[in-house]
Design a protein around this ligand. Structure first.
Ligand code: ADP
Length: 368
């Protein structure tokens, strides 16, 4: 089968890496010649936000998908009209691309998400403090999100179309990944905890399975069902959740694609998110997702103050450790905050897992 992916980053790379054990032809579209997928797929250099570029790339493929949601969705509608299979649906991609539409989608489908107001410009603001402002488009990895706590902070309000949303008193950030194939079969991965780096706002550790009560798990089961029914599309979706101090679960946002919070499934589960997404793309029976034990992931992120040809200081020390798996993304240049790779770890208990993750973080540095 000819499978095309918009975006040639690490998510696509790990999808293709896993799927090379099957028989398909892989095509990627990315603006960068040295994108992580460049060496393992037929790459087209081009802008996935441009209508003609996406349309031309999609023609002749059996199935077209994404590894980033900020793509030209009009071209996807047009391609679907001409008979190309698009997964996930252009409708759900368009909703998720815009925070305003995404919030309205949750509210319409009674999916619990923090109370909000949408604004086109800042003069329309009439939302109680404190709140979180999220730009309608253009935000990623925590950019385009700011907390407005006080009257004083209001002068920093961005004058752009945004969502203003109640500030949740967060106990934990969680993620659940759910997949659905065209036959309508669904499979859910165990809930994962995401521990963020307050400085970079980039995801730092994942811990799976999450330490949550049965009651919180029930809330998440319900949200997952509600979301997958409402999305009405085959695909693999990562639902990012906020657990508040009163043990209530809120949906933060959803990614209609492979996700950083699922990387430890590569060694930590019976099958990975990459295997599952492959099966979705081909409408195959979905894979079992059981956790093998405790698993965790540590992002390898470009260290502050270093830019240039990447060096992984301490990598050999890490490779000496048992049940430790290094994944690099094929990026030659590091810069501060750039996701360059990750390390997965298995353990017999949560305590052992945390110890290992903290130890590995102290061993390794991504520098130039
Ligand atoms: P991005 O799309 O850039 O990842 P998010 O919407 O996930 O942005 O927000 C980034 C981070 O901001 C979240 O991981 C969370 O820590 C925090 N955050 C987002 N929404 C809220 C909220 N309503 N209350 C408290 N913190 C929030």
């Amino acid at each position: 089968m000819k499978i095309g992916i918009l975006g040639g980053g690490q998510l696509g790379r790990m999808l293709i890496q896993n799927a090379l054990k099957y028989d398909d032809q892989w095509f990627t579209l990315d603006p960068a010649e040295d994108a992580p997928c460049a060496t393992i797929s037929a790459i087209t250099i081009g802008n996935f936000n441009d209508f003609d570029t996406v349309f031309d790339f999609g023609k002749g493929k059996d199935v077209l998908s994404i590894e980033i949601e900020h793509v030209n969705v009009d071209a996807l509608f047009e391609l679907r009209d001409s008979g190309i299979k698009i997964i996930p649906s252009p409708e759900i991609i368009r909703i998720i691309q815009q925070k305003i539409l995404q919030k309205e989608f949750y509210s319409h489908h009674q999916i619990p998400s923090p109370a909000f107001q949408t604004i086109q410009q800042k003069s329309e603001m009439h939302f109680p403090l404190p709140f979180v402002q999220k730009m309608n488009t253009g935000g990623y990895d925590g950019k385009g999100v700011q907390v407005i706590r006080t009257e004083e902070d209001l002068k920093n309000l961005w004058d752009v179309p945004s969502v203003l949303e109640t500030l949740v008193d967060i106990e934990k950030e969680l993620s659940v990944i759910v997949a659905k194939n065209e036959d309508g079969d669904t499979q859910v991965f165990p809930v994962t905890e995401m521990v963020a780096d307050p400085q970079l706002n980039l995801l730092d550790f994942n811990i799976c399975p999450a330490d949550i009560s049965a009651e919180v798990q029930l809330q998440i089961d319900l949200i997952t069902k509600q979301f997958i029914n409402a999305a009405d599309s085959p695909g693999l979706f990562a639902i990012e959740l906020l657990l508040d101090k009163n043990q209530k679960v809120w949906v933060n946002e959803t990614a209609p694609r492979l996700h950083n919070s699922g990387h430890q499934t590569q060694e930590g589960n019976a099958n990975s998110q990459f295997e599952q997404f492959y099966r979705v793309l081909k409408n195959l029976p979905l894979a079992d997702t059981d956790a093998i034990g405790f698993s965790g992931m540590l992002n390898l992120v470009g260290e502050e103050g270093y830019q240039g040809k990447v060096k992984y200081e301490g990598l050999e020390e890490v490779l000496k450790l048992p049940k430790t798996y290094v994944h690099l993304y094929g990026k030659t240049e590091t810069k501060p905050g750039r996701k360059m790779g990750h390390i997965n770890v298995l353990a017999n208990s949560r305590e052992e897992l945390m110890k290992k993750l903290v130890f590995i973080k102290s061993l390794i540095r991504v520098i130039a």
